[in-house]
Write a protein of this length. Structure first.
Length: 80
């Protein structure tokens, strides 16, 4: 399946329909991040991705938590 999806993505890339370098992994990360930013739990995200382990929900959204930390830090700077 991965090879089929990869070939399909390259075809869409050549046609200018998606950005260069789009990958199945990148799409999974973007999808998971969107759900996390909109309130989904790690367990829900894992289920949405078709994974059995809640750890995968955490794995695919760890950058969202880091972004939240950066945003909070800058908000504190603005308040001072």
């Amino acid at each position: 399946m991965r090879a089929t999806v990869s070939h399909w993505l390259r075809e869409k890339e050549r046609g200018g329909l998606i950005g260069a370098g789009t990958t199945l992994h990148g799409l999974r990360v973007s999808y998971a991040a969107w759900w996390k930013r909109n309130g989904a739990t790690n367990a829900e995200i894992a289920e949405l991705l078709g994974d059995r382990s809640q750890r995968m929900g955490t794995h695919y959204t760890r950058h969202v938590s880091r972004e939240d930390n950066v945003v909070r830090a800058f908000k504190r700077l603005k308040q001072d």
